[in-house]
Design a protein around this ligand. Structure first.
Ligand SMILES: *[C@@H]1O[C@H](CO)[C@@H](O)[C@H](O)[C@H]1NC(C)=O
Ligand SMILES: *[C@@H]1O[C@H](CO)[C@@H](O)[C@H](O)[C@H]1NC(C)=O
Ligand SMILES: *[C@@H]1O[C@H](CO)[C@@H](O)[C@H](O)[C@H]1NC(C)=O
Ligand SMILES: *[C@@H]1O[C@H](CO)[C@@H](O)[C@H](O)[C@H]1NC(C)=O
Ligand SMILES: *[C@@H]1O[C@H](CO)[C@@H](O)[C@H](O)[C@H]1NC(C)=O
Ligand SMILES: *[C@@H]1O[C@H](CO)[C@@H](O)[C@H](O)[C@H]1NC(C)=O
Length: 604
């Protein structure tokens, strides 16, 4: 077969149906696109798939269009052969054999053949992760998910790093271009997917990590009314440090300084940066050392009073008047979210004091004096009360053997998982379920020891599912890192088929249990019952459990902020807390907690 392919290619270059392969023409709002039909055998199912690759949904965001909202694609001048993936968006770390360019706003459609022309298929739109700095839609091969779930899957690229998120905090460069790219792709799908057999009333946006934060941002943007009905968020919400920044101007100026740009006005600065070749701009950014003026992952979503009209860090707090309307809008989608048991591997980075994560084995002193303070600095600022460090160290102690290096490392991962992912997830879930009377809310937690892993996780002491390790299950282990594909074990394949079924069920009905019932009876999350699906190798209705890790979530959502806010109270209270005036309730409350926790901490 492979041999025959090689020969045929030579002789049939000009033939539309070369290799005897069936093609499909679809008329879209931008013109006619031609896709290819192929037979796909996912693990359990075989079917015909129509693939349309590399469809442009925006004008190339180059030249004058850099650092601007995307411009919808003008009509195609000729019929488009949508046979090959197009460029990924430029980014600092690049895989071999992937072509990267600024001209990267393309989408791919995986549409199963319909049994009946009048059938309408549910649609899943994938938003990749990568901390808003990396990512590429083409490496997520959605053919298995599409055939297994009998759903249309769309993947697309959005601008990342400086190109996606440079912000000067004013009209020179308001930022959030990557989010606008996502929104335009979603709009394109809404306008066109019916022609591919899709049902515009059954559209789910799903994403992982920064893609998870992205689907939540899209769900909070009221301009998305009627464009999709459900949100599936894997490992990430938007209140955490990595999902937004209000230091955009500072980072932009740092780049401008290193790039020798005119700094008098932000407009001049942005014009100068716009004129630099993309690879030079990338080199400049990579050369800037991390500092207060240039955080790691500096380009992130930001308040622009246009896409983001609220403070992302506070949006899900119910007393927040400014976000009431957007939160109500968000609660009108069906929502499924979850995390993996070892999300904390995201703490294994230089910014958190870990330079050699393979040999990472901090002792207790290092944990308390260096690692915990680095977390506090990122989350709560340099002038956070010192007692916070003691409080957090105490919470993350294994009292059976506090000084064991293995235990310290486990506690470090637990701390970062809770701080960067788990607490945030619970706040988002509680808000959604409390506000939402008619829409569904579901939670999962993935607890497996994967055997088939991407290289980055091949660290002997990381055994359980780390950040990103639900991805192979969701995509049937279909990844292309360059040209490398994963080969899963039997149990992983079985679990993957279940996860694909649950995800596709949710896309079809808003309920992961139907229409294809696996007998799990996954109960909805409510802030009272806190049901979740404990995803393990063998899943039965016994896996539907309650209240995973709730104590830790409350610790980060209630206790830590109330202590951290002490510094604000002290400043607001003239003369400090020792002056003659009576302390504000805020100071009182914080003092009580601090005393309590200091007392606890000194007990041990
Ligand atoms: C396709 O579905 C429609 C509506 O459900 C039905 O009336 C029609 O008979 C079906 N056609 C075929 C070929 O099954
Ligand atoms: C803990 O680690 C630090 C840094 O590696 C080292 O300087 C210190 O001596 C260690 N302390 C103990 C008690 O082992
Ligand atoms: C605490 O440490 C003990 C022994 O070192 C270990 O058996 C136990 O699993 C640890 N507990 C947690 C919650 O990690
Ligand atoms: C890149 O592509 C070339 C040519 O197809 C191939 O020989 C090489 O092995 C590929 N490299 C990787 C890392 O996939
Ligand atoms: C599903 O779980 C709910 C409780 O969450 C229970 O009331 C119901 O009977 C269960 N249904 C089945 C079919 O097991
Ligand atoms: C899963 O099920 C298989 C066969 O039913 C069994 O052999 C295996 O021990 C189970 N694994 C777990 C973790 O329960």
């Amino acid at each position: 077969m492979r041999f025959a392919l090689g020969i045929l290619v030579v002789f049939s270059v000009a033939v539309r149906e070369f290799l005897g392969q069936e093609t499909i023409a679809v008329t879209t709002t931008i013109g006619e696109v031609i896709g290819k039909a192929e037979i796909v055998s996912s693990f359990e199912k075989t079917g015909k798939l129509h693939k349309f690759l590399g469809i442009p949904f925006a004008e190339p965001p180059v030249g004058d269009l850099r650092f601007k909202k995307p411009v919808p694609k003008l009509s195609l001048t000729t019929t488009l052969d949508a046979f090959a993936y197009n460029n990924a968006c430029v980014q600092a770390y690049q895989f071999p054999n992937v072509s990267y360019a600024e001209d990267c706003l393309y989408l791919n459609i995986y549409a199963p053949e319909r049994k009946n022309e009048t059938d309408k298929l549910s649609v899943m739109i994938w938003i990749y992760g990568g901390g808003f700095h990396f990512g590429d839609s083409n490496m997520y091969l959605a053919d298995y998910l599409s055939i297994h779930g009998d759903v249309i899957v769309v993947t697309f690229n959005y601008r990342v790093s400086v190109f996606g998120f440079l912000s000067t905090g004013d009209s020179a460069s308001p930022g959030n271009y990557g989010l606008w790219d996502q929104q335009l792709a979603i709009k394109w799908v809404h306008d066109n997917i019916a022609a591919f057999g899709g049902d515009t009333e059954k559209v789910t946006i799903f994403g992982e990590s920064a893609g998870s934060a992205s689907v939540i941002y899209q769900g909070l943007y009221t301009g998305n009314k009627n464009l999709f009905q459900r949100i599936l968020a894997e490992s990430g919400s938007i209140m955490v440090w990595w999902a937004s920044t209000d230091e955009g101007l500072r980072y932009a100026k740092t780049v401008g300084m290193v790039a020798n740009c005119e700094m008098e006005s932000t407009h001049a600065l942005v014009l100068c940066l716009r004129n630099l070749p993309a690879d030079i701009l990338l080199n400049i950014i990579s050369s800037i050392p991390e500092s207060d003026d240039f955080a790691s992952f500096p380009f992130r979503p930001t308040f622009d009073d246009d896409f983001i009209t609220f403070d992302p860090k506070k949006v899900f707090y119910s007393n927040n008047f400014h976000s009431r309307d957007v939160v109500q809008f968000f609660s009108d989608f069906d929502f499924l979210t979850g995390v993996n048991i070892l999300e904390g591997v995201e703490g294994l980075t230089p910014m958190f004091g870990v330079t050699d994560y393979i040999n990472f084995a901090p002792n207790r002193t290092e944990f308390e004096r260096k690692l915990v303070p680095l977390l506090i600095k990122e989350g709560y600022g340099e002038d956070a009360p010192t007692v916070l460090s003691k409080l957090i160290s105490t919470e993350y102690t294994n009292w059976t053997d506090p000084n064991s290096l293995d235990n310290v490392r486990d506690e470090y991962l637990r701390m970062h998982g809770d701080f960067q992912f788990n607490a945030d997830m619970y706040k988002t879930l509680d808000t959604h379920s409390d506000q939402s009377s008619t829409k569904n809310t579901y939670m999962y937690m993935l607890d497996i020891e994967p055997e088939t892993r991407a290289a980055i996780e091949q660290v002997p002491w990381i055994k359980k599912a780390a950040h990103g390790e639900e991805l192979p299950l969701v995509f049937g282990y279909r990844f292309s890192f360059g040209e490398h594909l994963l080969s899963p074990k039997d149990w992983e394949i079985k679990l993957s088929t279940k996860v694909m079924t649950l995800w596709a069920n949710f896309a079809k009905t808003g309920n992961p249990n139907y229409p294809d019932d696996l007998g799990i009876n996954w109960s909805q999350y409510t802030s009272d019952d806190q049901f979740y699906l404990h995803m393990t190798r063998n899943m039965t209705s016994e896996n539907v459990r309650q209240r995973w890790n709730i104590g830790a979530a409350n610790f980060w959502l209630d206790i830590v902020p109330s202590i951290a806010q002490m510094k604000t109270c002290e400043t607001n209270y003239p003369g400090g807390i020792n002056s003659a005036e009576s302390p504000s309730p805020c100071v009182m409350f914080s003092l009580l907690s601090v005393c309590l926790y200091t007392a606890l901490a000194t007990l041990f």
